[in-house]
Design a binder for this molecule. Structure first.
Ligand code: TYD
Ligand code: MG
Length: 454
């Protein structure tokens, strides 16, 4: 028997070294090298498979237009670019408890016209059954397998010939070819490539669930993200009921889209009109609330920004923010102070984005500023008014991308006034079709005057 060779593999980025090193030169992480033994005599590995191939003219290649599989979850189809492509591998990453297992179980339960196999290395069959009962819609074409040994899983797959496979999670699988423990870089890579090969050869979609590291990346080598066709990131925090699915990589569609789900007692529910749930319908007008027309990727929605400004009891006032970058909040406060002459130095400022979402879109700036001023002066903003503009360091109101979509979404939801930058290029943006009142503003003081000086 050939001598087993061992090498040291960085558990963060997957780079290798013949001897142990403390600092990874590739990804700059410390103490990530772990010894992994590789049995070379078994050549079942993907990379070693020889195939006879010939170069083809691009015009001669006949690509049958793949018919996508519709998953029964509209939001899921949409983020994939219109359904699941047969033979593709989808990797879903997300924090523990976010609902990855719930999502994939729900997908298999909704796929009533196909035999599907849900392989779980984390939960027992009874636990999955209980969860499936909560979700409902049990049917006979959904098979559950609790196994972590890849070769057994592949045997079951070839006997059962499922048309949809889910692996929960890729970190729990192991194969004999690699001697290192499950979850190590080589195991993950090997198991994923074998499943990927099966998916491509048999034209079956495979969904892999991946754990994420504390930094928020999918655990295991980056190579996992390279070899799969689609990487979806499941986000949201367990304090809130909303969950977002973002596509980080997609070989068959755009990555600019976003799917929104709500976690209910009977599984995940799709949220087809996010604005309606993200906006509260207050009976009375409250101060400190402003609505921003924001975009995530290409999807417009309206979101409520809440601020509370109160006199500070400490020498250093408190500034706290949920769902919005704290440094950006400090910057906007400095702009208010210096450029617009609003005195907020001795005030505590608390800011919150409703619904537990995190917004990175700069177009929310104006709504942030207005909510702060509204709270500070205790003047409510009309509930049918919204904002879409960035605020610059000189206090100028700057134009933002895709303004037509933002205005369109505000109009659709029955708002009657939207504040935008007067510096936007009105030659290329056609705003004539909108019935909503569009207020063009150039400075923070202008907005303040138009809103509150009656
Ligand atoms: P789970 O899918 O197990 O998360 P992950 O696989 O990402 O670790 O989701 C677990 C959470 O979802 C758990 O805290 C309970 C909640 N949940 C519901 O609120 N309603 C439901 O119907 C289900 C199945 C789970
Ligand atoms: Mg799980």
């Amino acid at each position: 028997m050939a001598k087993a060779r061992s090498e040291y593999v960085c558990q963060n980025c997957g780079s290798k070294s013949p001897k142990w090193i403390g600092h990874c030169p590739a990804c700059n992480e410390w103490n990530t090298y772990v010894e992994e033994i590789i049995q070379r005599e078994d050549k079942r590995s993907l990379s070693l498979k020889k195939t006879v191939s010939t170069p083809l003219k691009v015009t001669d290649i006949t690509a049958s237009k793949e018919k996508r599989i519709l998953s029964g979850m509209h939001e899921f189809n949409r983020i994939l670019g219109g359904g699941i492509v047969p033979g593709s591998t989808i990797l879903i990453g997300g924090e523990p408890g976010i609902g990855k297992s719930t999502l994939v179980l729900q997908l298999t339960l909704l796929m009533t016209d196909r035999t599907s196999l849900y392989v779980s290395g984390e939960e027992s069959a009874e636990q999955i059954k209980l969860r499936a009962e909560r979700i409902g819609k049990l049917h006979e074409k959904c098979y559950i397998l609790t196994e972590t040994y890849l070769d057994t899983i592949l045997d079951h797959i070839s006997n059962l010939t499922p048309e949809f496979i889910v692996i929960d999670s890729i970190q729990t699988l192991y194969t004999d070819i690699i001697d290192s423990s499950p979850g190590s870089v080589s195991q993950i890579r090997e198991c994923a490539s074998q499943l990927l090969r099966y998916a491509k050869e048999h034209h079956i979609p495979v969904v892999l669930i991946g754990h994420i590291t504390k930094e928020g990346h999918i655990a295991g080598p980056k190579v996992l993200e390279h070899i799969v066709d689609t990487v979806l990131q499941f986000e949201g925090d367990d304090q809130h009921i909303y969950r977002l699915i973002r596509s980080v990589k997609n070989r068959y569609g755009s990555t600019a889209d976003l799917g929104i789900f709500e976690m209910t007692s009977t599984g995940l529910r799709e949220v087809t009109n996010p604005s309606e749930i993200l906006l509260s319908n207050w009976d009375e007008q409250l101060s400190g609330v402003a609505i921003a027309s924001t975009l995530d990727g290409i999807r417009p929605f309206l979101i409520e920004v809440q601020a509370l400004v109160s006199s500070s009891v400490y020498a250093t006032p408190q500034r706290s923010s949920t769902g919005f970058d704290l440094r950006r909040l400090s910057m906007l406060l400095a702009v208010l102070e210096k450029r617009a002459g609003f005195r907020l130095t001795a005030k505590d400022v608390f800011l919150n984005i409703a619904g537990g979402l995190k917004i990175y879109d700069p177009a929310i700036d104006l709504a942030v500023i207005i909510s702060i001023l509204s709270s500070n002066f205790d003047l409510p903003v009309d509930s049918k008014t919204c904002f879409a503009a960035e605020v610059g360091l000189s206090g100028e109101i700057r134009p933002v991308s895709r303004i037509e979509q933002r205005i369109g979404e505000a109009e659709k939801l029955g708002f009657n006034k939207i504040f935008v930058s007067k510096y936007m290029n009105r030659k290329i943006t056609d705003l004539s079709r909108f019935k909503i009142g569009i207020e063009f503003v150039g400075k923070v003081e202008d907005v303040f005057k138009r809103l509150f000086d009656k």
